[in-house]
Design a protein around this ligand. Structure first.
Ligand SMILES: Cc1cc2nc3c(=O)[nH]c(=O)nc-3n(C[C@H](O)[C@H](O)[C@H](O)COP(=O)(O)O)c2cc1C
Length: 418
């Protein structure tokens, strides 16, 4: 019977039967094949897409970097510190003229601007910042400029910011005042200019002074002073927007360190404008970083001093103040002409507490010395990641009094010589 039933199937039927019995394997193989084809297709598409987008991005970035390189001034921000509206009026006037040059301008009330958040952004936006600031009683800023001035003043003497904090900021200052107020004339303009410079900002031109005292005003009135300054500013702006880097006017305070000596005299037109315009002062176009030959005394009074620089500074101060160092019987004797007192090394006062000594010998600290007044300083620690101002620590003296100078040789050896 078996033989009969086997013979019933034809070879084709047998083949189909064989296939049917192995159908799970056949389905799996087909699925695998399909999956592989699908994967290949997707991969091919992805490769094409990545190549396309790379090419697109490259083309785009080429375009934008070309554009970026072309734009030298993205816009002008005109800040005003005004009480009775003169500076505000000047700001509006200036913004119209800037826009006439095809450069965008923004007038900013200083009270609407938080320097803590925003000022550092101006360093990278290729904008130019103009400060039109009035001075009031006792050299104080106007109400709307109060916070700005307070912040910039504090930052300029805080070593954690340093003289590179506003590197890239291009600015110009025009101060409004009245020379009748002797001793406080244009104080705010002078200070804002100085503080921004100390933080590493770059003056694009010298500070302007507007004098409401018509008798003394160089151009006859504050309006005329502003007009004269404005003409120069607009010329400077035009040059900057073309990518021209103007040579030094030749009247640098730090003439010795001027890097544009060769160019002095080349820009006669500019020079003439400077000479004509009596309302301009302190002809320096630089940032504090650029200035190398400032006097050490000047450096101390206006900035934070690195411990590394301290040796040179103290030597120069000693020279300047007539402090001599002599040797008598192998002993170092310091002679101070200041107070007529002669003291030996042994007499030096140790003005350092154990806590301060421990803090000072901490590893990886950069020490900053902040001179608060002529004879006071704050020692501050600046580890790379978390700045700790040890002067704020309750365990260490907040201020160390120096009489008349300090010798700081090593982190763990702080000695105050008197
Ligand atoms: C009450 C008062 C106090 C002033 N004090 C000073 C001053 O100490 N130093 C100074 O240079 N100008 C001083 N000025 C002059 C103003 O700075 C000047 O008038 C300026 O143009 C005002 O600008 P504003 O209208 O934008 O507020 C004072 C003016 C007034 C009315």
């Amino acid at each position: 019977e078996n033989t009969v039933s086997q013979d019933v199937h034809s070879p084709t039927e047998n083949y189909l039967l064989w296939m049917w019995q192995r159908r799970p394997y056949i389905y799996s193989a087909a699925a695998l094949l399909l999956g592989f084809c699908f994967f290949l297709q997707v991969a091919r598409k992805k490769i094409n897409y990545t190549e396309d987008s790379k090419a697109h991005k490259a083309a785009k970035s080429n375009n934008s970097s070309e554009k970026d390189a072309d734009v030298h001034v993205s816009g002008v921000k005109i800040f005003y510190g005004s009480q009775t509206g003169t500076a505000k009026g000047f700001a509006t006037e200036l913004s119209e003229e800037v826009e006439n040059l095809g450069i965008s301008a923004q007038v900013i009330d200083m009270k609407d601007y938080d320097p803590d958040d925003q000022l550092v952004d101006e360093c990278v936006t290729k904008s130019v910042c103009v400060f039109l600031v009035a001075t009031y009683t006792d050299g104080q800023p106007t109400e709307n400029a109060e916070w700005f001035c307070k912040w910039v003043e504090e930052a300029s003497t805080d070593f954690r910011y340093g003289n590179k904090f506003l590197k890239g900021l291009r600015y110009a200052v025009f101060g409004l005042g009245n020379s009748v107020y002797v001793g406080h004339y244009n104080t705010v303009g002078k200070n804002v200019d100085k503080w921004l410079w100390m933080l590493g900002g770059k003056r694009i031109m010298s500070r302007g002074e507007g004098d409401c005292n018509v008798v003394k005003s160089r151009n006859g009135s504050v309006q005329a002073d502003f007009l004269a300054w404005k003409v120069k500013f607009l010329n400077r702006l035009k040059a900057l927007s073309k990518g021209e880097k103007k040579s030094c006017s030749g009247n640098c305070k730090s003439g010795g360190s001027c890097k544009n000596k060769k160019k002095h005299g080349a820009d006669e037109e500019e020079k003439a404008a400077v000479q004509d315009n009596g309302s301009e002062v302190d002809l320096i176009e630089s940032s504090s970083e650029d200035e190398e030959s400032v006097l050490p005394d000047e450096k101390i009074s206006r900035s934070v001093v690195d411990v590394e620089d301290l040796g040179n500074i103290m030597t120069n101060i000693k020279k300047a103040k007539g402090v001599k160092e002599d040797r008598v019987d192998g002993q170092v004797v310091k002679l101070s002409k200041l107070n007529g007192v002669t003291k030996t090394e042994e007499e030096r006062r140790e003005m350092i507490t154990p806590a301060l000594r421990e803090a000072l010998s901490k590893q990886d600290c950069r020490w900053g010395l902040r001179f608060v007044q002529q004879s006071q300083l704050i020692l501050s620690c600046h580890p790379c990641l978390s700045p700790v101002n040890i002067s704020q620590s309750a365990s260490v003296p907040r201020r160390v009094h120096l009489e008349p100078f300090i010798v700081l040789r090593h982190a763990e050896h702080v000695q105050i010589a008197g």
